[in-house]
Design a protein around this ligand. Structure first.
Ligand code: FES
Ligand code: FES
Length: 157
């Protein structure tokens, strides 16, 4: 078994794990990064979303071998020291976190959106976030938070 190397939240890591194992399993069980959640396990709910080279991907259906040599960012990698990412702060400010189970996946999907489109319209936010499910039904507040973060960030990611 060849070690798999990649960047995880800005730090180089290596792992002796079958490359067919999922990225979600590696994050949660090998690196103890439990912010990334297991929801459906089938690529349908978005709870497990992380960034791979800046793109939002569903880690529950991403074979570990696919991230070799790439940059992976999880919710644990968003804050800078004690300063939350603007999206994290906006989610708090707008009450967009209820039980919080969907929140890490929502945040990473929203980061990808604002990197690609710093000033999305409300319709574009809704369309982009459409496949991230929130069982608490906090959708309005989540969209409000993403719009507010986009305005505040003004094109910064
Ligand atoms: S747990 Fe990965 S999409 Fe639902
Ligand atoms: S805040 Fe509970 S599932 Fe979204």
């Amino acid at each position: 078994m060849n070690p798999i190397r990649f960047s995880l939240n800005g730090r180089p890591v290596r792992l002796d794990l079958d490359e067919g194992s999922t990225l979600l399993r590696a994050l949660r069980t090998e690196f103890a990064l439990t912010g990334t959640k297991y929801g459906c396990g089938e690529g349908l709910c978005g709870a497990c979303t992380v960034l791979v080279d800046g793109r939002a991907v569903r880690s529950c259906v991403t074979p570990l071998g696919q991230v070799a040599g790439k940059q992976v960012v999880t919710v644990e990698g968003l804050a800078r020291g004690n300063t939350l990412h603007p999206l994290q702060q906006a989610f708090i400010d707008h009450g967009a976190v209820q039980c919080g189970y969907c929140t890490p996946g929502m945040l990473l999907s929203a980061v990808a959106l604002l990197q690609a489109n710093p000033r999305p319209s409300r319709e574009q936010v809704i369309a982009h976030m459409d496949r991230n499910l929130c069982r608490c039904g906090a959708y309005e507040r989540i969209v409000d938070a993403i719009e507010a973060a986009g305005r505040q960030m003004g094109g910064r990611s």
